[in-house]
Design a protein around this ligand. Structure first.
Ligand code: GAR
Length: 213
């Protein structure tokens, strides 16, 4: 399977995918990484690991549609588009170009705390448990059908930074895991309901579904 990965910043989730591929745990390749910011550290990771990349900036286009068209062209015939810290909202135009072939990692247990600063939202709400989600991308921002979630405790003296870091460690596990399941053809979608065939549902008290990562 060929992946296209969209990023905007640090790229630690991109790195988790690269590491999983390089260590043989993820049977796919990254055809292209697209960043909407030229200074994104994710691009340094691409250079270091010989991953092809392109910078496509919204401000270079007169409309959202033209911007998205350029990304669609650059993605070519990828089998799966992974949003790994891509901080722009994609329109129906882009989403319909890759029907049920776009996934996103989000730092909350959706549908809680969708949108920006999910970790800060969890802290401000006073949640005791939060986490991260990999879901299919639909027009409902951050709330498409859930593939996998991992839960993480919120501790009394957490700051946005300490909580984000605790969640991130699980993001780096569930994102490659979800991509692997999709590569293996085990992810079945029925409306909002996603089932991973033969996954280890219910065998452990927390984060039960993870197998490899
Ligand atoms: C991650 O925490 C990811 O879940 C979040 O941005 C961060 C990117 O980190 N994405 C969103 O909030 C999307 N709504 P990274 O660049 O190190 O992978």
């Amino acid at each position: 399977m060929k992946l296209g990965v969209l990023v905007s910043g640090r790229g630690s989730n991109l790195q988790a995918l690269i590491d999983a591929i390089e260590s043989g745990k993820l049977p796919c390749s990254i055809s292209i990484v697209i960043s909407d910011r030229e200074k994104a550290y994710a691009l340094e990771r691409c250079k270091r690991h010989n991953v092809p990349y392109a910078v496509i900036k919204r401000k270079d286009f007169s409309s959202q549609e033209a911007f998205e068209e350029e990304m669609i062209k650059a993605l070519g015939d990828v089998d799966l588009v992974v949003l790994a810290g891509f901080m722009r909202i994609l329109s129906a135009h882009f989403i319909s170009a890759f029907p049920m072939k776009i996934i996103n990692i989000h730092p909350s247990l959706t549908p809680a705390f969708w949108g920006k600063s999910a970790q800060k939202q969890a802290l401000e709400y006073g949640s005791k448990i939060t986490g991260c989600t990999v879901h299919f991308v639909t027009e409902e921002l951050d709330r498409g059908p859930v593939i996998v979630q991992a839960c993480v405790p919120v501790l009394p003296d957490d700051t946005e930074e300490t909580l984000s870091e605790r969640i991130l460690a699980y993001e780096h596990r569930i994102l490659p895991q979800a991509v692997r399941w999709i590569c293996e053809g085990r992810v079945k979608v029925n409306g909002r309901n996603v089932v991973v065939e033969s996954a280890m549902y219910g065998t452990l008290p927390v984060n039960p579904q993870l197998e490899v990562f």
